[in-house]
Design a protein around this ligand. Structure first.
Ligand code: NDP
Length: 297
């Protein structure tokens, strides 16, 4: 048996096109573009790439992009002042502070300063609380992207056994909350879990968000299960001096047992920015008091 490949790249492209259409409709209704502000402190090369890519994607979706690049020596007070200014700027619907912040800043304090109604990353404790109690809010982009891929593949998830490996605030915990809200029976596994292979073997849905290259093996996977691989790990390639990306799942092995698997790259990765744009658009509709029916996007 060969599993189906879940094409996150294609799904993300469709989602971005839908965001673009709705962004045009938003502009026609409100007389302004939906706006996403991204704040970068310092010159971390990976963060610079992410911020550039987010800004470009925002413009491509027909939204306004506001980039705030601050020097590494910026004080926490000055960063908080920038966040406060964005909180009150009516042209800004979503605010994203690129992490990690320089070590002299308290990330939790900075995230807590973002208006939860503009918290498109979904990292604010109020966003986490809204997700936990089932109120409308913002959900972190990567797990929401995983849920979209799962629902596209499986339709209703009700009653399915789901195992999430990883319990970070950014991926594992919100993923588990989303699956619970879809009426899955959810197990959250982590580094202290006993007999992980046996736990994973029970699952109809496996979400691996660990950061350990190819940890999940073929014989851990229940035949026919749907496997979502969040991991992005750089490992040495066959060719000397080169590297390649692999996930947290042994992809070739999983393809021989599972029903469907996300590849790395081209699975979950492309979903993250597409969902960020989706969250910014939803923020714009909500902040402008315009209706966007549930399930539109
Ligand atoms: P974290 O390092 O914050 O969390 C990793 C989790 O994995 C922890 O809960 C940890 O458990 C658990 N873990 C570590 N070792 C084991 C083990 N041997 N067995 C079981 N569980 C284990 O990572 P993130 O959640 O931020 O990211 C996870 C992966 O997803 C990374 O590869 C990251 O690069 C990738 N990622 C991809 C994104 C995308 O856009 N596709 C976005 C975000 C992340 P414990 O809590 O006990 O320490």
């Amino acid at each position: 048996m060969t599993a189906a490949i879940i094409d996150g790249k294609a799904f993300a492209a469709t989602l971005r096109a839908k965001v673009g259409e709705l962004a045009r409709a938003f502009e026609a209704k409100s007389g302004r573009k939906a706006g996403l502000a991204v704040v970068l402190v310092g010159e971390d090369p990976a963060s610079q790439v992410y911020v550039r890519s987010k800004g470009k994607s925002t413009l491509e979706a027909g939204m306004a992009s506001f980039e705030h690049k601050l020097p590494v020596e910026t004080t926490e007070a000055d960063l908080l002042a920038v966040v406060e200014q964005l909180n009150t700027d009516p042209a800004v619907d979503g605010i994203l502070v690129q992490l990690p912040l320089p070590s002299h800043m308290d990330e939790q304090k900075v995230i807590a300063a973002i208006n939860p109604d503009k918290d498109v990353d979904g990292f604010h404790v109020i966003s986490a609380g809204r997700l936990a109690v089932g109120q409308p809010g913002f959900v972190p982009c990567t797990p929401l992207g995983c849920l979209m891929l799962l629902k596209d593949r499986l339709g209703s998830l009700s009653g399915l056994d789901a195992v999430v490996i990883g319990r970070s605030n950014i991926v594992g915990k919100p993923m588990a909350q989303l699956l619970l809200a879809e009426s899955c029976t959810v197990t959250i596994a982590h580094s202290r879990t006993k007999d992980l292979p046996d736990v994973v073997r029970r699952a109809d849905i496996v979400v691996a968000a660990v950061g350990r290259p190819e940890m999940v093996k073929a014989d851990w996977i229940k035949p026919g299960a749907t496997v979502i691989d969040v991991g992005i790990n750089r490992v040495p390639a066959a060719e000397a001096g080169k590297t390649r990306l692999v996930g947290d799942v042994d992809y070739a092995g999983a393809m021989s047992v599972a029903g469907a698997v996300t590849p790395v790259p081209g699975g979950v990765g492309p979903m993250t920015i597409a969902v960020l744009l989706r969250n910014a658009l939803v923020a714009a509709y909500r902040n402008a008091g315009l209706a966007l029916a549930d399930g539109t996007i």
